[in-house]
Design a protein around this ligand. Structure first.
Ligand code: GDD
Length: 270
């Protein structure tokens, strides 16, 4: 008989900040998050940054009980970092769980917009499961982003919308709030994308799980310190994944999708 495991006591909201070489940005962004959402906790997920970001994160955690650190042994990608953070958060009862970049691109001052949108029921009385901070809905905007990145983001989101039939305009966005139950429902064990395509992977799995995904406008501000970790490999991984899912989606018979998803789950657990 399986031992009865008490669910963790509710811990409130958690803002997850993934870091790789963000020493210059970490203290300011944590301070801004704590000011914008004082009741929320913070989890820094550092992939063994060579610039000492992890050491600084430990110093911030020592000074503030609401700040936590998850150290990883090497640079395994943004998606892997978030998946580890989601497991950490769900085990401890945090709800909701927010994704936010360390470099200031996602303005912590808009956390109330995302967290507030999670509580806004629609006409049927259903509250959203996922809120995406979107650059490409009315009211959304970008500041100082290079033109080639604007093009890449819009092209990537449009391609994902077309190939996967996603009802989302900014599928690659990285500023998101999830209900804990939403993360449990979308089968994180089936999310395998390690790079930024992770964002599309999560959107695709949320939609396939029948979750309510809404977008709220945000202002995305190009970082002022450090550099982006975006790479050609990240773009190629994302394109390959979306193309594969899109082709599979077009050739599956109705009803076969659920079988395929459960087969994929069994395979990934084997
Ligand atoms: N732990 C960890 N963190 C990482 C890694 N790669 C990047 N990060 C962190 O993830 C955040 C975003 O990284 P950037 O490299 O600055 O992202 P970007 O080029 O500005 O791309 C943004 O827009 C994309 C397109 O909309 C988004 O897909 C992406 O997630 C990000 O928000 C930063 O906090 C960065 O330190 C990694 O391998 N491991």
């Amino acid at each position: 008989m399986s031992a009865h495991v008490e669910p963790p006591s509710p811990q409130g909201a958690l803002v997850v900040i993934p870091t790789f070489d963000e020493r210059e940005n970490l203290a300011p962004i944590v301070a801004r998050v704590r000011a914008a959402a004082p009741a929320a906790s913070v989890l820094v997920v550092d992939d063994d940054s060579p610039d000492g970001t992890g050491v600084l994160a430990d110093e911030l955690a020592a000074a503030d009980a609401a700040v936590h650190v998850l150290h990883r042994t090497g640079k395994e990608g943004l998606g892997a970092a978030y998946l580890a953070a989601f497991d950490w958060a769900l085990e401890r009862g945090f709800d909701p769980i927010v994704q936010l970049d360390a470099d200031g691109s996602h303005r912590p001052e808009q956390l109330p917009d995302l967290l507030g949108a999670l509580e806004l029921a629609d006409a049927s009385g259903r509250r959203p499961d996922v809120v995406i901070g979107s650059r490409w809905v009315p009211g959304g905007s970008i500041v100082n982003w290079p033109r080639r990145r604007v093009w890449l983001s819009k092209a990537g989101s449009s391609y994902a919308r077309w190939m996967l039939g996603l009802p989302v305009r900014d599928a690659t966005a990285g500023y998101r709030a999830f209900r804990a139950d939403a993360l449990r429902a979308l089968h994180l064990e089936d999310v395998h994308t390690r790079g930024y395509g992770f964002q599309v992977d999560m959107t695709w799995h949320a939609v396939m799980a029948g979750l309510s995904v809404v977008e709220v406008p945000i202002t995305f501000v190009e970082r002022e310190r450090g550099r982006s970790k975006m790479s050609a490999g990240i773009v190629l991984e994302a394109m390959g994944r979306v193309t594969g899912w899109g082709i599979a989606r077009r050739f599956r018979r109705p009803g076969q999708a659920a079988t395929a998803a459960s087969t994929e789950r069994r395979r990934s657990r084997a």
